[in-house]
Design a protein around this ligand. Structure first.
Ligand SMILES: Cc1ncc(COP(=O)(O)O)c(C=O)c1O
Length: 439
């Protein structure tokens, strides 16, 4: 029998976590989503240890960030070494930055031949939208219901979720939002088996009704993350790209969370041969060290001249060192392949659980990014956000950290670091099954 890594000694939160959570609530605004009631202390690989010494298997990767595993020793070492040399040089060059750019370009398809470093995912969205407008000389951007591109102003304007926008209107003029193929809850009440992607036809209607004739481009996630890990049916993204190319629109793909092996390919765009003009990259690129980047066709990003894009922290030595070694680690440890293999095992067991559980309405995803959608009733599909929170607590009490997403807050995100082993996969699935049985 393999050695178990999860161990929770008593009720959660333990005394030290409880004290930290109370201190925190007194001083920092509590405007975040629901999380398991533990204070993290340290982590390694897929195992998180809380402030009371309890250990958990992590299915969150932070929020799909620590793809190479928590505190990978090679990443930690690289950060320690560079921190002793230089911490900020703004736009003056230091070798680590050119190395990072070379590394990033080396893993991108050849048509994306230029990159630029920023710090957060939202910043890359702001940059992509600005570049699409500047390059085309037009201002309208098509995006999708349920999209989440971040919380800065242009990013939330392109977004299709209520939370980030609430009370913050008007959003940026020229945002045209259209339905995304959330087939489990089709906005057209169509049958995905026979609809022939009706939602794509609707694009023409939406443009006819809403555009002033100034369409610049379109932004889309390969799968919708925050909306509930919603994967479009096979063939939908290529048909979307064909449609936008036919109209001469620029194409931004938001791979802030879907990249760096998450779906079982280095880039999610590889699955269906997409060829975007601009690619937004975040989260896994630094695997915990704050870093992000935009990659683009040279002639597209060339729309910005000297002095027209910069970021105080973008491409700083710490981030740059991380960007370089993360690529090396991914390659050396075959993490893309591991995501595919472990993901297949996880998905088949989650599908078995769906058969047995009255509450699992849908299981979807690929590689190590899967959504488990919880409902009160499989026939009515009424979302079950309360059960979702209960499941988060039950799982934590047994040694598994999970989080939730979804338009209705009822989707469990299954997204462990890509270093997860087969033994850890089974141990964590056993815990999940037990937690489910306690709902
Ligand atoms: C697809 C996508 N785009 C953009 C963002 C925004 O990234 P950040 O929170 O780093 O600004 C996120 C964050 O969750 C995301 O999932």
């Amino acid at each position: 029998m393999s050695h178990k890594v999860a161990s929770v000694k008593g009720p959660l939160p333990g005394p030290r976590s409880k004290e930290l959570l109370a201190r925190w609530a007194r001083v920092e605004a509590q405007c975040m989503g629901y999380q398991a009631q533990v204070a993290w202390d340290h982590a390694s690989g897929v195992v998180v240890t809380d402030a009371d010494g309890n250990t958990f298997i992590d299915w969150t990767s932070g929020v799909l960030v620590t793809n190479v595993g928590h505190c990978h020793p090679v990443l930690v070492k690289a950060v320690q070494v560079i921190a002793g040399k230089l911490l900020n040089n703004y736009e003056c060059l230091q070798e680590s930055r050119v190395e990072a750019a070379e590394k990033l370009i080396s893993v991108l398809p050849p048509f994306l031949d230029k990159c630029f470093f920023l710090t957060t995912g939202s910043e890359t969205i702001e940059a992509a939208l600005r570049i699409m407008k500047r390059k085309s000389g037009k201002f309208e951007i098509i995006s999708f219901y349920g999209a989440f591109h971040g919380r800065t102003y242009a990013a939330l304007s392109a977004g299709g979720m209520a939370g980030p926008k609430k009370g913050y209107g008007p959003t940026i003029p020229g945002s045209i939002r259209v339905p995304f193929p959330y087939c489990y809850r089709c906005p057209f009440r169509a049958d995905p088996a026979t609809c022939d992607m009706l939602c794509l036809d609707y694009l023409e209607d939406a443009v006819r009704a809403n555009s002033t004739g100034s369409l610049a481009g379109l932004i889309v996630e390969p799968y919708q993350g925050a909306a509930g890990f919603i994967f479009p049916p096979q063939g939908w993204l290529p048909r979307l790209e064909k449609w936008l190319r036919g109209r001469g629109l620029l194409f931004t793909l938001d791979e802030v969370q879907s990249s760096y092996g998450r779906t079982g390919k280095f880039w999610a765009m590889e699955w269906e041969g997409l060829t975007p003009d601009l690619l937004c990259i975040g989260k896994g690129i630094g695997s915990g060290v704050p870093a992000s980047a935009i990659a683009a066709r040279g002639e597209v990003i060339g729309a910005l001249g000297a002095g027209e894009m910069s970021s105080t922290m973008g491409g700083n030595p710490l981030a740059s060192a991380a960007v370089s070694v993360v690529v090396d680690i991914m390659r050396r440890e075959g993490l893309v392949e591991n995501a595919l293999r472990m993901g297949a095992i996880m998905k088949s067991r989650l599908l078995e659980m769906q058969e047995k559980s009255p509450y699992i309405g849908d299981v979807r995803g690929m590689g190590l990014v899967m959504g488990v959608e919880l409902v009160k009733d499989k026939k009515t599909k009424e979302p079950a956000p309360d059960l979702t929170r209960k499941l988060i607590d039950q799982a934590a009490g047994l040694g598994l950290l999970i989080g939730s997403v979804g338009v209705f807050g009822n989707v469990i995100r299954v997204a462990p670091p890509l270093v997860i082993s087969e033994a850890e996969v089974h141990e964590s699935l056993n815990i999940f099954e037990k937690a489910l049985s306690r709902l």
